[in-house]
Write a protein that binds this ligand. Structure first.
Ligand SMILES: C[S@@+](CC[C@H](N)C(=O)[O-])C[C@H]1O[C@@H](n2cnc3c(N)ncnc32)[C@H](O)[C@@H]1O
Length: 247
């Protein structure tokens, strides 16, 4: 039997991420949410806007943590799916959904404590969306944008070959991150996953789950060290998380 000090410690609530609500690429988004959730602090009674909610995973995750969430999207069928997901997780009364464009928000100034989006700004004109977010955020509020970056070599190749529509999307460079941040008083950002994406070989090409898990863990550790010692390489990461604060 393990001594108490050796037993695996349950994750604190701030660190635990409901992986199933990240919906896809969970192994890669868990570290991103572990970075952003503690920055949001306690969500009890906080008003949150989610841009491009899709099927509502993030909105549901935040509602389960006590937030009152409005999820917007341009696609009515996505909103219907998001509503069903919130009901399934018994948070329907804490989440509202609305058909709305992230670049033209129909909310008064200073409405939300937090705004969050995941893989949505790439569909919009960055500065215009950031301006709208700044307007509807309360003073002291934070906008958190989790986005796909432009220059990750494997992601770049994948998009070129398989995602024809990707040519129209505005993937992020470090300069784009700074452009968004310039609309706010404070910007903090962190980039994720350089070599770790290589682990997908064992998931997508030769599916050997054990090799996938080991390679992923090893490459994530390598990425952490490389990005710490050689920050230049953050521009070649796959995902960026921006935390923009309004004073
Ligand atoms: C890649 S999906 C991400 C969905 C969700 N955020 C997630 O991570 O599961 C992008 C979503 O953004 C929505 N979207 C794209 N442009 C938008 C806009 N201008 N305003 C609101 N939603 C938008 C799309 O309809 C789609 O549901």
């Amino acid at each position: 039997m393990l001594a108490a000090s050796e037993a695996p410690r349950p994750e604190s609530r701030a660190d635990a991420v409901e992986t199933n609500l990240l919906l896809w690429w969970e192994d890669f988004y868990v570290p991103v949410f572990k970075y952003i959730l503690p920055k949001m602090g306690t969500l009890e009674g906080k008003k949150v806007l989610e841009l491009g909610t899709g099927t509502g995973g993030t909105a549901t995750l935040l509602a389960k943590r006590g937030a009152s969430v409005i999820g917007i999207d341009l696609l009515p069928f996505r909103l219907a799916e998001a509503k069903a997901r919130a009901s399934e997780h018994e948070v329907a009364e804490s989440v509202d959904f609305a058909l709305m464009d992230a670049m033209h928000l129909a909310f008064p100034d200073n409405t939300f404590d937090f705004i969050i989006s995941k893989s949505v700004l790439v569909f919009t004109e960055h500065a215009q969306t950031a301006k709208e977010c700044y307007r509807v955020l309360k003073p002291g509020g934070k906008a958190i944008f989790i986005e796909n970056m432009r220059y990750h070599p494997m992601a770049w190749l994948y998009r070129k070959i398989f995602l024809k529509y990707s040519a129209k999307l505005r993937y992020f460079s470090i300069r784009d991150v700074e452009t968004v941040g310039a609309e706010f008083e404070n910007l903090e950002h962190r980039e994720f996953h350089l070599s770790a994406v290589g682990a997908l070989f064992w998931q997508k090409c030769i599916p050997i789950p054990m090799f996938y898990r080991w390679t992923l863990r090893l490459l994530k550790a390598i990425d952490l060290s490389v990005l710490k010692c050689l920050p230049f390489f953050k521009r070649f990461c796959w995902i960026t998380a921006m935390i923009c604060q309004k004073d």
